[in-house]
Ligand binder design. Sequence first.
Ligand SMILES: [Mn+2]
Length: 331
Amino acid sequence: MTGTADFQPLDSGVVPRFAGPATFMRLPQARPDEVDIALVGIPFDGGTTNRTGTRHGPREIRNQSSMVRRVHHHSLASPFDKVRVGDCGDVPVNPLDAGVTLDWITSFYRQLHAGGARPLTAGGDHLISLPILRGISDGSPLGMIHFDAHSDTFDEFFGNRYNHATPFRRAIEEGLLDPKRVVQIGLRGAISGASNFDYARDAGMRLIFIEEFMARGADDVMDEARAIIGTAPTYVSFDIDVIDPAHAPGTGTPEIGGISTFQAQSLVRRLAGLDIVGADLVEVSPPLDPTGLTALTGATMLFELLCVMAEGMGRSGDTADIGNISAATTS
Ligand SMILES: [Mn+2]
């Protein structure tokens, strides 16, 4: 059994950040059965209803993630010392066939889950969350904390039931999510009808619109979200469009009046201690992101998600002997 020392980012004092292979966070490439948390890309945007481009997300997030360093500046903990993390590559996709691709994604995650790894995925559009949830399901519905400008609980679009506006309605129908343990945070934007949120509300989901979030703040909102989620297994889905397009413009369906990047970090940090069985970061669209800022934001939020997933997954007696890290004294 290999330890965490074998799964560290490249040392930037040896290989500069602009050199070497563009893996997630400059980690080694790995098979899912070699790691505790598997970083996976899904370069697929066949569920996009308007402006495409998120198929290019994983590659550009890998590029921008070269700026991710080893230790979280606030907690002083390093996820790479707690768990084995590697870049497990991209899921095979067929850009011309969404149905086949959903099945391939499900198969990939079923195998990953059977091997014991927890997935942390970079999309891709938000439809990918559905086959991920299918793949990691043990038969009991999961809870979910969902950061997004949109509820993604439409029934259909253009007569199609599988697109990035519908994944969580399908997930509830399929018994993959327990709607009473789903919290959506950051909702906003004009809607096509006053009844758009009826399904989510009637199903028992907790919808926190941007006005409520701004009035209450991250800590208060997350106190409530944590109480709803409890200690049972939970998935986390982070759509980059929850962040204001002033900070993350490179996404297909931007909505002004969103949260700042600091508020996004504050929210995700308050996930620590939950039983997070998987997470994703979706909807980064590099063709709409000429400065790379959105991909950098996505890469940094992936690191924040990794930190809270690793929290509580520590491998006792198997800490990496690298650096002078004071993580043990911090929470
Ligand atoms: Mn979404």
